[in-house]
Design a protein around this ligand. Sequence first.
Ligand code: CAA
Length: 258
Amino acid sequence: MSESFSTITLEIDDSGIAIVTINRPKKLNALNDEVLNELADVFKDIQIDEEINAVIVKGAGDKAFVAGADIKELRELDNRSGRMASQKGQQIFQLIEDTRKPVIAAVNGYALGGGAELAMACHLRIAGENAVFGLPEVGLGLIPGYGGTQRLPALIGKARALEMILTGKQVKAEEAQRLGLVNKVSADPVEASKELLNDILKNGPIAVRDAIKAVYHSDNRSGYQVEADLFGELCETEDCMEGTSAFLEKRKPEFKGK
Ligand code: CAA
């Protein structure tokens, strides 16, 4: 079975594994508002569809999983709309994390900014050999706004997360595995994800559901509000206008700290 939205494809195989493909390859699958809305719709369907036992999230094409939130849209945001955009992304990624069926990100190519945040909202991550992770938002005069300031430290520890967030540096697949950001590196991350899910699905489905629930139960959620507030404030700075304009004009930004 397969179902099509404009920017997302949903296919379901015989074992009940749904493959969600983010399909905007010309913009490296960047998350514009339409993609985010469709991602929310698809995950609401997945929660209630009894034919679906597990989920793989991937990006269309080999070059990118997702290259982040859409910078063209970010450039238009002010304090209020920026905070709301951050909260919207956070809520959709929370919906993904709250799925009580195992969700794996199969990451080929770039997983940057909102793309890395999407991968981190999935329960497990399998990277292709060409995968590249990073939170480059500070280079745009911003901070990660879709939960990255909360999930990255939870996955790899505060010191290593801060180094990645403050430098914006990119981390290749092998290093991402060493850091604990990905579970495994594979030449074929979708196939490897299917194998892992088929192993998981041999176990008691209620136990699998409850294990996911228990693991996430202890998470402290108040940091997300701080992230959204700061993201909104940053949207109104000259530095953010400069950083996002520089990306779109394909030049280096000149920040003034204003
Ligand atoms: N938003 C909008 N458009 C994007 C995009 C993004 N995040 N990433 C790539 N694109 C577009 C480019 O503008 C380009 O479009 P045109 O062909 O119309 O010019 C197209 O996708 C191909 O990209 P490049 O030409 O840049 O490809 P490249 O191979 O030279 O570079 C890359 C690849 C290193 C991933 C580079 O595209 C890049 O740095 N992208 C932005 C990464 C980024 O900063 N992500 C964070 C976004 S902010 C965020 O996510 C905030 C948050 O937490 C909510």
